[in-house]
Design a protein around this ligand. Structure first.
Ligand code: PLP
Length: 384
């Protein structure tokens, strides 16, 4: 009954792993990819008011114009990207839908799309679903998981249509610096490529690092699709709200798919998010807490014999090296879950170059991080 294409695409490794977690007891989970903070009160209040005021109908296919205007102001101020809210911004059901639409809008069968790995689990499947070929560009710990230009250039062919990148990165926490983005932009311009830039963790950034949008660089305005959303920074994963911005030709093409498949993003979530950009104080406090947890986790991991971890600069993930354990990522994660009662995600879930690593999320309390570290240390002692 099921199409060959869909049958051939594997389920997400994260999903398989979390089925195991659900069956286990007394687990501390560093596996989750979502904030543990509640949605900020004023945003919740706006959502409640939207329901009370019966703002429960479909909105424009593009999304509420008032919200698009707020997003355009934010893009200009924070990302140095100038977009017309009328036809260059599309509100979507999370970045997940925005990614799917972006890939579908630009991909013809057989087109090659470069994915900079390790990367979020949806990138390759979204290309497969569009009958394109995802081409993996690996990166290494030695280079702080920053993609190297020669590795991108080596894989660029006549069939290459686009590059998908993510900064701050899930799962490594790497933040691409301006010069990294400039180099990628040079390749995109030289080879006439589109860049899909997933910036969902843009505000979760530490150590005075700065987030840059590749779409703001010279020559990138018409070849960048910038994706962003409210899930991570605003603790709104369940509200399902994201957005895409690009030139009007691309946004119109994405809107065509969106119109027939989704119609519009949830109206209540859109009303709730209308004033979201005004609530930076909540974000700043969450970032302060994440930063403390990040330091606690990474310092603790580095003090465990057999584990080393690069200090991540963004998002809420650490990506420690577990190669000295002698186990591969999946064995390590499964045994740590079974014997150590700590859930993490095997690094190879995010691409082959993630083998030998695990993803630990620090969107959990400091007490949980301390206890998880104690358990990981004990586990490492036992398997030696
Ligand atoms: N992009 C990245 C890099 C993510 O980590 C996630 C979720 O984990 C998403 C996109 C999906 O986010 P959304 O909730 O906006 O669909």
């Amino acid at each position: 009954m099921i199409s060959k294409r869909v049958s051939e695409i594997p389920f997400s490794g994260i999903r398989r792993f979390f089925e195991l977690v659900q069956k286990s007891k007394d687990i501390i989970s560093l596996g989750v990819g979502e904030p543990d903070f509640p949605t900020p009160e004023p945003i919740k209040d706006s959502g409640i008011r939207a329901i009370e005021n019966d703002y429960t109908s479909y909105t424009s296919n593009y999304g509420l114009l008032e919200l698009r205007i707020e997003i355009a102001k934010k893009l200009k101020k924070k990302n140095n990207i100038d977009r017309n809210p009328e036809n260059e911004i599309l509100i979507t059901v999370g970045v997940s839908e925005a990614l799917d639409l972006a890939v579908r809008a630009i991909t013809d069968p057989g087109d090659e799309i470069l994915v900079l790995e390790p990367c979020y689990v949806s990138y390759k499947p979204s290309v497969w679903f569009s009958y394109g070929n995802p081409i993996e560009v690996p990166s290494t710990e030695e280079n702080e998981f920053i993609p190297q230009m020669e590795d991108i250039e080596k894989r660029t062919t006549k069939r290459t249509k686009a590059i998908i990148l993510c900064s701050p990165n899930n799962p490594t926490g790497t933040v691409l610096r301006k010069r990294n983005l400039e180099e990628i932009a040079d390749i995109a311009i030289e080879n006439d490529l589109i860049v899909i830039s997933d910036e969902i963790y843009e505000d979760l950034i530490y150590d005075n690092e700065k987030h840059y949008s590749i779409g703001s660089l010279n020559g990138m305005e018409d070849r960048t699709i910038t994706l962003n959303g409210f899930s991570k920074v605003y603790s709104m994963t369940g509200w399902r709200l994201g957005y895409a911005t690009a030139n009007s030709e691309i946004i119109e093409a994405m809107m065509k798919v969106h119109q027939y498949t989704m119609l519009c993003a949830p109206s209540i979530a859109q009303y709730a998010a209308l004033d979201a950009f005004k609530h930076e104080k909540y974000i700043n406090e969450m970032v302060r807490q994440y930063d403390k947890r990040r330091r606690l986790l990474v310092k603790g991991l580095n003090s465990i014999d057999g584990i080393s971890c690069v200090m991540p600069k963004g998002a809420f993930y650490a990506f420690p090296n577990i190669k000295e354990s002698g186990l591969n990522s999946e064995e390590f994660a499964e045994r740590l879950l079974r014997d150590g009662k700590v859930a993490v995600v095997p690094g190879n879930t995010f691409g082959e170059c993630g083998e030998g690593y695990i993803r630990c999320s620090y969107s959990v309390s400091r007490d949980d991080i301390s206890e998880a570290l104690r358990r990981i240390e004990e586990f490492m002692r036992k398997i030696k």
